[in-house]
Every structure is written in structure tokens, then in C-alpha cells.
Design a protein around this ligand. Structure first.
Ligand code: ZN
Length: 346
């Protein structure tokens, strides 16, 4: 029996999608179909698993749940593994078309964020602009699988969802938060914010511009309700307190099973909402960010605080509530060293 057949047989009995994916990180010999409870499962590629129910409800949904776009972000991978395991072992039902993606198996096996390039900057075709590497190839493949998924015969009338699950490198003042990709002229969806709140996430950062993230790709190309969801701090496999993720896991399961999810009416008072004010660019090697290395995301500064200096350039806060997100002074010259956000309401 080949290495893959052995790994696949083990997967069918154990439901351990993570183990299967790590044992064939670079690909599978051929697409595999197998039956589960009232649905057909198709392993399209390594880390890419499609479930299609035999009977699709009239109000049909296409649900994409991704994780491991950054390979060392283990908690989301464990959440997805539990959801898949439940379905494959016959406990969990799939009543809506669902695609699960473990994004970067090579980086997962290295316990690294990525091998060569940050995969979550390569979507919307941006991968075509970099030199060949694993992430370039994987971004192209994932775009194709997702395009096929959202272009099925059912998808013409389906509501589309994409939750791209991450954990952050930095600590955060608000442990869980979601980035809502830039919507251009479309309004922010309050029902989706209520869904996030009920999933334990009430801090939202509204995107201000197109980007190369996975969630921006599905939002802008397929009109999906899409989010980059940050669930806390990066930990090694097995060290995550999974109880901390029950709310979102249960809600994702309910979405797949087509169970009713009770939601609160949206109320600004229940959220910490932030919009982008601007960013601090790193221009030269003389760039200095006047912040501690371990500063938390969403740390707030009084007006007049000097945050950064570069050749003749000083960034001083000038608006009420200015807070910092994703500070990283180690980026290349010309890139963003930190994002500045301020509170907002809908
Ligand atoms: Zn991430």
C-alpha cells in the first residue's frame, strides 16, 4: 500500500484531517470521493476538503472555513480538525455545501508562519508578482479551488460565507477580533456582526482599502460575507485551551448543519468598532518605532504621543482614541510598520 493510501485509510477511520494533511504536505496522487452522513466528501487536494449534502436546502449557503494560512496558528487548525472529525466519524451533519481549507501545510509542518512568503498577502492574483516558491503555487491553487466552490450550479442563488481563522503574533487588548475586508460601496452587514458577537468576537476592524488577504479575495470576487478572524495568541499544537473557542466552533457547526442561530439585534454598545486612520510607513533604515516590542494590538495613546521617527519624519498622535494595530518595525523599507485606528460606530 502506498504512503498516501495508508494515510487516507487512517483518515477515514480517525477523521484526523490535520494528520492526513501533514503526511502529504505537497499534494495527493488523485482526488478522493467518500460518503459521509447524507453527503459526499471530496478531498480535492492536500488540506482542501469539500462536503456536498445529498439534499441542498432551498435557502442554500456556501460555507468556506479556512485556517492555517499561517502555518503556526494552531488553534484554528484544531478547531477545523474537530469539525471535520465530527463529520467524517458520523457525528456531525453537513446540510450546506462546505469547503474546509488548511492553508499552508508546508509551513504547518515547519511550525512556521510561512516558508518563503506571507500567504495572506498573495491573494487577488498578487502571487503572480513574486518569484516562484511554495506559497506562490499554493495561493494560485487555493484561488482556483475557492473559485470553483463559489461557482457551482447551486452558487448562483446561494449566500456565501468565508471565515478565515487566525491567531495573532502580538498580544491584543481585545483577545479576539475580526478584520472586516474593505467593502467599497457595500454597507457593513450588521447581521454578520451579530454572528461574530455570538461567536465571542465583538472587536471589529473595518478594512479601508483593497488588499491581498484571503478574506478580501472572497469578499470582493464572490460577494461572500468574509472575515479574517483573530482568535487570540499563537500557541504550539496541543497547548491551546479549546474551551476558549467553543462559541465560534459551535456557531460554525450550526451554520454547516443549518441549525438556527439565535442572534442579538446589532447594538454599537456591544462592540469595539475601529476604522483605519492611516498607517506609519517605514521609509529608511533609520526608522524607529517608539513602542515596546510586546505592545498589545489596540493599545491606545493620548493625543501628542510620539510613536515613530524616520529621517526628518515624526508620527505624533493628533486624534482622540488613536490606537495601534500590527506594529512591526522589521518590515522592509517602503512597507507599513504599523496601522493606526480610531474608534467608530455604525
Ligand atoms: Zn494569521
Amino acid at each position: 500500500m502506498s504512503e498516501f493510501s495508508a494515510a487516507f485509510d487512517l483518515f477515514l477511520s480517525s477523521g484526523d484531517f490535520l494528520k492526513l494533511t501533514s503526511r502529504c504536505e505537497l499534494g495527493i496522487p488523485s482526488v478522493q470521493h467518500f460518503p459521509v452522513n447524507n453527503a459526499t466528501a471530496t478531498l480535492l487536494d492536500t488540506g482542501v476538503l469539500l462536503f456536498e449534502p445529498d439534499n441542498i436546502p432551498a435557502e442554500c449557503k456556501d460555507v468556506l472555513i479556512s485556517c492555517g494560512i499561517h502555518g503556526n496558528e494552531t488553534a484554528p487548525i484544531e478547531i477545523v480538525n474537530q469539525l471535520v472529525m465530527d463529520i467524517v466519524k458520523g457525528g456531525g451533519l453537513v446540510k450546506q455545501r462546505t469547503l474546509f481549507i488548511l492553508g499552508n501545510p508546508v509551513a504547518m509542518n515547519m511550525s512556521k508562519r510561512f516558508e518563503v512568503e506571507n500567504l495572506n498577502r498573495l491573494f487577488c492574483g498578487k502571487y503572480q508578482n513574486i518569484t516562484p516558491c511554495y506559497e506562490r503555487r499554493r495561493a494560485g491553487q487555493l484561488e482556483r479551488y475557492v473559485s470553483d466552490f463559489f461557482s457551482s450550479a447551486h452558487s448562483k442563488k446561494s449566500i456565501k460565507y468565508h471565515y478565515d481563522l487566525h491567531t495573532a503574533i502580538k498580544p491584543s487588548k481585545y483577545e479576539k477580533f475580526a478584520i472586516y475586508p474593505y467593502q467599497n460601496d457595500k454597507p457593513w452587514d450588521k447581521g454578520q456582526l451579530a454572528f461574530l458577537q455570538s461567536s465571542g468576537i465583538n472587536t471589529i476592524l473595518f478594512g479601508h482599502a483593497p488588499s491581498g488577504t484571503f478574506s478580501y479575495f472572497t469578499s470582493s470576487n464572490f460577494n461572500a460575507h468574509a472575515f479574517t478572524v483573530e482568535l487570540g495568541k499563537v500557541m504550539p499544537f496541543g497547548e491551546n485551551n479549546m474551551a476558549n473557542f467553543e462559541a465560534i466552533k459551535n456557531n460554525l457547526q450550526a451554520l454547516i448543519q443549518d441549525d438556527k442561530i439565535e442572534l442579538n439585534i446589532f447594538d454599537n454598545a456591544n462592540f469595539n468598532l475601529f476604522k483605519v486612520l492611516g498607517d506609519i510607513p517605514k521609509i529608511t533604515e533609520n526608522f524607529v518605532l517608539h513602542l515596546d516590542d510586546d505592545i498589545s494590538n489596540f493599545t491606545y495613546f493620548e493625543i501628542g504621543t510620539l510613536l515613530a521617527e524616520d529621517n526628518g519624519y515624526r508620527y505624533q498622535t493628533s486624534e482622540t482614541g488613536e490606537s495601534i494595530v500590527f506594529p512591526n518595525p522589521k518590515v522592509a523599507n517602503g512597507q507599513r510598520a504599523a496601522l493606526i485606528v480610531v474608534p467608530t460606530t455604525l
